[in-house]
Structures are given as structure tokens and as C-alpha cells.
Design a protein around this ligand. Structure first.
Ligand code: FAD
Length: 475
């Protein structure tokens, strides 16, 4: 039966960490099997995360909506009140489902091409080299491997006292599949997933209120950029209730009634919503895997502890991606996966966690790599800041989408780039020039002296680099 022969590598979980590791392992000549319980490959990211969220945001047309009424290309612009359009939500969802289905099938194709054996079912350890799989067709098979790689990812985390029903109280998964546009949407948690999903529905007409216990949105963001980002979202009519906690949820009526309290205690208020999105983070997923049976060590958050070669405390058992400590991001999981199987194949693997870019896919997007100004200060490093606003960038003005800024932090003495933070419509693409620069220990002058095509948004990065150690031209 499938997988009954010995494998060099068995990967449990077919998300971006697991499927990339499996393909890479096969490419390195290792006999590889990947076990996935979902029925489709691509994990959280492709099925209920990165991809469907970006689809609803962009291809699903919600990113175009704000432009239509304000573009002078539409003759109804001077008489806005006569301009109306309807969103075909089922069509938008169908487009999203089609994109996801095509991509998951694409990975199956890559498995075939690379000769990765794919077992559909729920894997659990019998021993450090044997995984019992309850297959999706109702059978059972045992898959054996010299090396077993745990890539079981993460799952939605709820909050105490809040039950997610995926109808009125939804997780990100439910928020990607609502059957109606909620009039009032409350998002609990101002992390990047909450803001992205809030933006998707806000653009489609929902009144969005974000409730956050902490004093700030997206805590990992550079403080100055964060303030500007919050103002931008507020201009888009997203409301924020920071330093606020949810202490009660009543779903007995038509919608949901939330009882709120200041984080530090005090008078309670209520807030009504048609739909509440709980976006309070994610938790590593190891349920039913039998980790305790083989003695794999986890930390108190349930993350599998690994060394720099991704090896757990049990010989031959490795872990990567969302299930181990580190940023819970698809590209980080992929890097882990490749490095892990390179080590297994006797080669050198490498992931530089200081240079993992982070992107918030709203409009504008916010992307960053390296240190924030707060982190630079905390490290006691003397630094210079170079900034350039997109209001002074010709391409941004030409396309009438000039909200945003580039901020570069460079070491004062050496001019070495320490961190780059970009708020721009396409910041998630622009950031990679900075990732390469950081990876090669570039100075800001290096970026400043590189020829950038005109007119492009990327010129703002060049000008911010000029501003770090000298003067920019266009401001
Ligand atoms: P996962 O993708 O969670 O995959 C794990 C897989 O293992 C799952 O398919 C699961 O079914 C399977 N599995 C678990 N246990 C077993 C078992 N015992 N047997 C068999 N199979 C099992 N990240 C980004 O970088 N960019 C983004 O834009 C982004 N957007 C996101 C938006 C949302 C709404 C969400 C929820 C997440 C987003 N993320 C994004 C995070 C990203 O999805 C995760 O970091 C990434 O999927 C982690 O990859 P992974 O392979 O470690 O785990």
C-alpha cells in the first residue's frame, strides 16, 4: 500500500512549510512521502489564509471599489449620488474558490512531477520512525521513514468565553466565506489578519470597528509608521477601540452584543455587530499527533522545540513552520522547510530570521524588514533616519495613489542599513530590494547609488536612502 516502504523523509502536513520541504527533499534525491489530512494541499495559507484573503481583497474587486467613484474617468463623478453599483458576492466568492482550487491542484501536480508520494489522511506517531495514517477514504496505512518532519502548522485561537460558530462569531476562516456583507463588523484583535479582513469587508461597505486590548495596532510595526497607518485606516472609516477588552458576548438576539471594558478596568459599554471576527492570534496545531507518545518536547505555548537544524529532542524527528517558535508566516515556513531537508540531506541549510520581511496587505500595504526604530534604540545603536513620502514620488502622483512613506534606518557610523519600513500601495513588492540590501549588509548609500527606473515607486526607496546620509533630490 501507499507509503508502506521506507522513506528517507516523511512530512506530516502539506502547508507551505510541509509541501515545499517535501518537494525540496525529493529534488535532493530523498524518497519522500507527504501526509495531509485536509484533502487539499497548501495548508492554512492556500486554503484559508494568505491566498483567499488576497483574492477577496484584490481579484475579488474590493480593491477597485474606492477608486471608481473618485476617478474623473467616470462621467458620473460630479454627481456621485447617481452612481451606484452592486457587489456580486457569490461571484466574488466563486472567483476566490476557483483560484484556491487551481493552486491546490497545481501543488498536486508538482508532487507528481517531483515524485513525492502523497497520502491523504490524519497522521499520528506510533514510534519516532512510524506514522499511522487514518486515510480520508476510511482506511489505515502505516508510513515509515528514517526522518519524520512535523509541519502541522497552526489553528485559530479563540478567547475565553467566546465560542466561534463561523456564522455570527467567525474566525478568519469564516470571515473569508461570509454569505452577506455585514452592516456592522467588529474585529477583535488589531493584528495583521484582523486589519486585512476588516479592510476586505470595510471596502465592501461594512462599518468596521476594531477592538484591541493593547494600546497599539500591529505591535511589531515601527511606531512612526504604525501611527501613520492607523490614521490612514481611520480615513478609510475603520474605527479603533484600543486598550479595550471584551468581557461579554450575547448572541441571543439577531446580531451580537458585545460588552466592553477599558483594559485597565472601569465602566462597561456595549457594542452591537452583525458579525464579530475573532482575530486574536493562532496557536500551534499538534492535536492527535501523539507527540507525548514519542516524547517530543514542546514549550508552554505548545510549540515544538527544535535546535538550529530543526531537530527536536527525539532523534530523527524534526519540525518547521507555524508549529515551532518564530514568526507565523508562510514564507518563513517555506524557508524552514528547505533548510531542514538540506540538513537531512547532509548539506548546509540557512534561514536568517532577522531578515524575514513582514507585510500587511491592506491598501496601502505596510511592509518591513530588519529593525524598527524602537528596536534600534533599545539596542543602543546610534543611527540616522532617511524618509521619503510618496506624495513627492511622480509615479504615485501619476496614479493618484500617493499615501505612504519609506523610512530607512542606518547605523550612524557605518551607514549600514538596519531596517526598512514602507507604507505604499505595493509595499509588499517594494520591500524585496531592501531585503536583498540587508542580506548583503548594504549601506544606505549603496541603494542611493543604484540606478532606479523612472517613473517607479521604487525611486522613493532610493530617495529615502539618499536622505539617510545626504539629501534627497525631490523634496
Ligand atoms: P499550515 O499552513 O497550517 O499547514 C499545516 C497543514 O498540516 C494543514 O493543512 C493541516 O491540515 C495539516 N495537518 C495538521 N495536522 C496533521 C496531521 N496530524 N496529519 C496530517 N495533516 C495534518 N502568512 C503570510 O506569510 N502571508 C500572508 O499574507 C498570510 N495571510 C494569512 C491570512 C490568514 C487569514 C491566515 C489565517 C494566515 C495567514 N498567514 C499568512 C499565515 C500562514 O498561513 C501560515 O504562516 C502558514 O500557513 C504556515 O505554514 P505551515 O506549513 O507551517 O502550516
Amino acid at each position: 500500500s501507499l507509503g508502506s516502504e521506507d522513506n528517507d523523509v516523511v512530512v506530516i502536513g502539506g502547508g507551505p512549510g510541509g509541501y515545499v520541504a517535501a518537494i525540496k527533499a525529493a529534488q535532493l534525491g530523498l524518497k519522500t512521502t507527504c501526509i495531509e489530512k485536509r484533502g487539499t494541499l497548501g495548508g492554512t495559507c492556500l486554503n484559508v489564509g494568505c491566498i483567499p484573503s488576497k483574492d477577496l481583497y484584490a481579484c475579488g474587486t474590493s480593491s477597485l471599489i474606492p477608486y471608481v467613484p473618485r476617478s474623473p474617468a467616470f462621467i458620473c463623478q460630479p454627481r456621485r449620488e447617481v452612481f451606484f453599483f452592486e457587489v456580486d458576492l457569490p461571484a466574488m466568492m466563486a472567483q476566490k474558490d476557483k483560484a484556491v482550487a487551481n493552486l491546490t491542484r497545481g501543488i498536486e501536480g508538482l508532487f507528481k512531477k517531483n515524485k513525492v508520494n502523497y497520502v491523504k489522511g490524519y497522521g499520528k506517531f506510533i514510534s519516532p520512525s512510524e506514522v499511522s495514517v487514518d486515510t480520508l477514504d476510511g482506511g489505515n496505512t502505516v508510513v515509515k521513514g528514517k526522518n519524520i518532519l512535523i509541519a502541522t502548522g497552526s489553528d485559530v485561537k479563540s478567547l475565553p468565553g467566546i465560542t466561534i460558530d463561523e456564522k455570527k462569531i467567525v474566525s478568519s476562516t469564516g470571515a473569508l466565506a461570509l454569505s452577506e456583507i455585514p452592516k456592522k463588523l467588529v474585529v477583535i484583535g488589531a493584528g495583521y489578519i484582523g486589519l486585512e479582513m476588516g479592510s476586505v469587508w470595510g471596502r465592501l461597505g461594512s462599518e468596521v470597528t476594531v477592538v484591541e486590548f493593547a494600546p497599539d495596532i500591529v505591535p511589531s510595526m515601527d511606531g512612526e509608521i504604525r501611527k501613520q497607518f492607523q490614521r490612514t485606516l481611520e480615513k478609510q472609516k475603520m474605527k479603533f477601540m484600543l486598550k479595550t477588552k471584551v468581557v461579554g458576548v450575547d448572541t441571543s438576539g439577531d446580531g451580537v452584543k458585545l460588552t466592553l471594558e477599558p483594559a485597565s478596568g472601569g465602566d462597561q459599554t456595549t457594542l452591537e455587530a452583525d458579525v464579530v471576527l475573532v482575530s486574536a492570534g493562532r496557536t500551534p496545531f499538534t492535536a492527535g499527533l501523539g507527540l507525548d507518545k514519542i516524547g517530543v518536547e514542546t514549550d508552554k505555548l505548545g510549540r515544538i522545540l527544535v535546535n538550529e537544524r530543526f531537530a527536536s529532542n527525539v532523534s530523527g524527528v524534526y519540525a518547521i513552520g507555524d508549529v515551532i517558535p518564530g514568526p507565523m508566516l508562510a514564507h518563513k515556513a517555506e524557508e524552514d522547510g528547505v533548510a531542514c531537508v538540506e540538513f537531512i540531506a547532509g548539506k548546509q541549510g540557512h534561514v536568517d530570521y532577522d531578515k524575514v520581511p513582514g507585510v500587511v496587505y491592506t491598501h496601502p500595504e505596510v511592509a518591513s524588514v530588519g529593525k524598527t526604530e524602537e528596536q534600534v534604540k533599545a539596542h543602543g545603536i546610534e543611527y540616522r533616519v532617511g524618509k521619503f513620502p510618496f506624495l513627492a514620488n511622480s509615479r504615485a502622483k501619476a496614479i493618484d495613489d500617493a499615501e505612504g512613506i519609506v523610512k530607512i534606518l542606518a547605523e550612524k557610523e557605518t551607514d549600514k542599513i538596519l531596517g526598512v519600513h514602507i507604507m505604499a500601495p505595493n509595499a509588499g513588492e517594494l520591500i524585496h530590494e531592501a531585503v536583498v540590501a540587508l542580506t548583503y549588509d548594504a549601506a544606505s548609500e549603496d541603494i542611493a547609488r543604484v540606478c532606479h527606473a523612472h517613473p517607479t515607486m521604487s525611486e522613493a526607496l532610493k530617495e529615502a536612502a539618499m536622505a539617510t546620509h545626504d539629501k534627497p533630490i525631490h523634496i
